[in-house]
Design a binder for this molecule. Structure first.
Ligand code: C2E
Ligand code: MG
Ligand code: MG
Ligand code: MG
Length: 295
């Protein structure tokens, strides 16, 4: 078996020409090693409910699970550098199942700690829908863990909806029947075919960062954002705006009626352990004491 050294791997992801069989081969080996050696690790990024007009003391709604590969030589490798390869080789199925297991454990823990309203959002790739794999995996998960299924959210990207085939629609509906919630990720980056929105069981729509970046300066982006928000609201969907880096961006969306935010302005993705320490029951008590002292 040909193994890629760290440097070879680094070089191959840099000029990652997806047609390059050799690069894919190196990535495949790297991913296999990472699975065996347990180099994958989860970061959590808070999703907040900002109710006050000044965006102060936003309340934690939940978190999105974001995977990283913690390589002993290369350091932290972001998902965009290995998920596409894992989708090509099919390894995303094993990775995705691992992520779901970990997510179930986290949710169990939260429920034990009394955080019964907190939700956990997990990204799923289109490959995981093959042969009804994701549906079966979720069924199995709910049998094995005593979690409230409504607190598990599966995010699928808008682009996935392009192959709007029967099997995919079927699975989305079945997943929803399990009680698991569905979120349409990266909305606005694909073809935004609005017709499927009301047919498919998505409870949440995540507005992509690309709309947020220039919302303060580009009137056209702001108009488009408003159209998306109005449309999603009229369909009864929840809206989460992702990629909020500036307070002003959040204020604009807040004026449109959006309340749920995710982005560096509020909090960056953080290692699971850091998240747990920051949002533990003890930290929660301290926070509410602080709040009541203030108010
Ligand atoms: P995504 O699902 O759209 O996740 C949001 C991405 O935006 C994350 O990048 C997050 O770190 C980043 N982000 C959040 N707030 C901000 C902000 O204010 N500014 C900027 N510049 N970025 C922000 P990340 O963690 O690198 O993940 C990239 C993508 O990788 C994700 O996009 C998702 O599509 C994919 N991904 C991550 N974890 C998994 C996984 O477990 N399974 C699968 N299939 N895909 C995953
Ligand atoms: Mg996502
Ligand atoms: Mg997204
Ligand atoms: Mg994305």
């Amino acid at each position: 078996i040909k193994h890629g050294s760290g440097n070879q791997y680094r070089a191959c992801i840099r000029d990652s020409n997806q047609k390059d069989g050799e690069a894919l081969f190196l990535q495949e080996n790297m991913i296999r090693e990472a699975l065996t050696m347990r180099w994958f690790t989860l970061y959590l990024q808070p999703i907040y409910l900002a109710n006050s007009p000044n965006l102060d003391a936003p309340e934690l709604l939940g978190a999105e699970v974001l995977i990283r590969l913690e390589h002993p030589e290369l350091g932290l490798i972001p998902p965009n550098d290995f998920i596409p390869a894992a989708e090509k080789t099919g390894q995303i199925i094993e990775i995705g199942n691992w992520v779901l297991e970990e997510a179930a454990v986290i949710l169990c823990e939260w429920q034990k700690q009394g955080f019964s309203t907190r939700y956990l959002s997990v990204n799923a790739s289109v490959v995981q829908f093959r042969d009804h794999g994701l549906l079966h995996q979720l069924e199995s998960l709910l049998e094995r863990y005593p979690i409230n299924p409504t607190k598990l959210v599966i995010e699928v990207t808008e682009n996935l909806m392009l192959d709007n085939e029967e099997s995919l629609r079927y699975q989305l509906k079945e997943i929803r029947k399990l009680g698991v919630n569905l979120s349409l990720d990266d909305f606005g980056t694909g073809f935004s075919c609005l017709s499927y929105l009301h047919e498919l069981p998505f409870g949440t729509l995540k507005i992509d960062r690309s709309f947020v970046m220039n919302v303060e300066t580009n009137p056209r982006d702001k108009k488009l954002a408003r159209v998306i928000v109005d449309m999603a609201s009229s369909l009864g969907m929840q809206i989460v705006v992702e990629g909020i880096e500036q307070r002003g961006q959040a204020e604009i969306f807040q004026a449109m009626g959006v309340r749920a935010f995710q982005g560096y302005h509020f909090a960056r993705p953080m290692p699971q352990k850091v998240f747990e320490a920051r949002f533990s029951p003890a930290a929660d008590t301290r926070l509410s004491q602080l709040r009541s002292q203030k108010g």
